[in-house]
Design a protein around this ligand. Structure first.
Ligand code: KG4
Ligand code: ZN
Length: 338
């Protein structure tokens, strides 16, 4: 089965074709980050309009690059939530319209399920069950994954998502948007030990997170200093250390509590090199296996949606023309796929 995947939940337009026998055939991504950069964050209406312009040209490019025509597509998957309502509607309406025109089934995919399955696009994919750390601009989740579609959220953020904290701290430091890669680049020149920020909620039991205090610690540090490029790098380093440490401590705790032998890491913050190294060390010390998508598939992309779509369509699920999108959508509410 060959599935076309469409991702439009935020500021990246992603399109991909996944083949159940051959794996990923091709993918294209258009990042709107330069469109939103001058506003310091995503402007929803600009995002929707740009998705309208990009989805079909990207789809034609992918089909041409894989040398397949629409008759060779057997199903369509689009991100149905969570995300920006208008942006989601663009992908859903285009996906459903193509499915109607091509007479194939369509399915709306939970964006975080897409992230969660992204490590399965890599060689040596993880088998179920596993523990998942899902870290993006909108989510910070630790989830117990028993099987495809059987998810239990064990820990969540009470306030900002970790990616959002990276973005806000980068904005504060004048490092631009998106903040995660900018903080990581600046931190490479930072001097360790000049600042030390809290590891929020690691001093009490449980798997929940809170990142707004960490952001406030960065605000206070900025207020007390004359900002030059060295101070910016030092604050970026301290922030990245604290955020990564917090995630690693909670993952260690969750692995001990659940007894899982496999950990998967996904979502945009999963592209962070320090986080990848620290989690690889944790996994070695606990003798568990850790799985990451390649950095390009940590951030938003169409490939993860095509794969997640294939898995749900193959299980006999689909969404008819009475479809809807879900800007807010808990993973706990997903219909099981097995
Ligand atoms: O998964 P994603 O592309 O979109 C959402 O679903 O939110 O994640 C985007 C988030 C942004 O907050 C961005 O700053 C963060 O991932 N991010 C990073 C890195 N690359 C992207 N955070 C830390 N280090 C990175 N290298
Ligand atoms: Zn995402």
């Amino acid at each position: 089965m060959r599935v076309l995947g469409i991702e439009t939940s935020c500021d990246d337009t992603g399109v991909a074709v996944y083949d159940s026998e051959l794996g990923l055939l091709g993918h294209r991504l258009f990042s709107q980050s330069s469109l939103h950069a001058e506003y310091g964050g995503v402007v929803p209406e600009l995002a929707s309009r740009d998705h309208i312009r990009k989805v079909l040209p990207l789809m034609r490019e992918v089909l041409a690059a894989c040398a397949i025509n629409p008759q060779e597509i057997h199903g369509i998957a689009y991100t149905a939530g969570p995300g920006l309502a208008g942006a989601l509607l663009v992908g859903a309406v285009i996906g459903q319209s193509l499915a109607w025109a091509w007479q194939v089934p369509a399915i709306g995919i939970h964006h975080m399920e897409g992230h969660l399955l992204a490590p399965m696009l890599e060689p040596d994919p993880p088998a179920f069950p596993f523990l998942a750390l899902l870290v993006s601009g909108g989510h910070t989740l630790i989830a117990d994954i028993q099987a495809h579609g059987r998810y239990r959220v064990l820990g969540d953020s009470a306030d900002d998502a970790v990616g959002e904290a990276f973005d806000k701290t980068a904005k504060l430091l004048g490092l631009g948007y998106p903040g995660g890669p900018a903080i990581a680049r600046a931190a490479a020149h930072g001097a360790p030990g000049r600042f030390r920020f809290p590891r929020p909620m690691t001093d009490r039991p449980g798997l929940n997170f809170s990142f707004s205090g960490l952001k406030t610690a960065a605000v206070l540090a900025v207020r007390e200093q004359a900002l030059d490029s060295q101070v910016i790098a030092d604050i970026a380093l301290a922030f990245q250390d604290a955020a990564v440490d917090t995630l690693v401590i909670k993952c260690g705790r969750a692995l001990a509590a659940t007894g899982h032998r496999r950990l998967i890491v996904a979502g945009g913050v999963g592209a962070n090199q320090l986080l990848r190294e620290r989690l690889a060390d944790l996994a070695t010390s606990l003798r568990v296996q850790v799985y990451f998508p390649r950095p390009d598939f940590c951030t938003d992309n169409g490939a993860m949606i095509a794969l997640a779509g294939y898995m749900r369509l193959a299980a006999g699920l689909c969404d008819g023309p009475d479809f809807s999108v879900h800007p807010r959508w808990s993973m706990d509410d997903l219909p099981p796929a097995v």
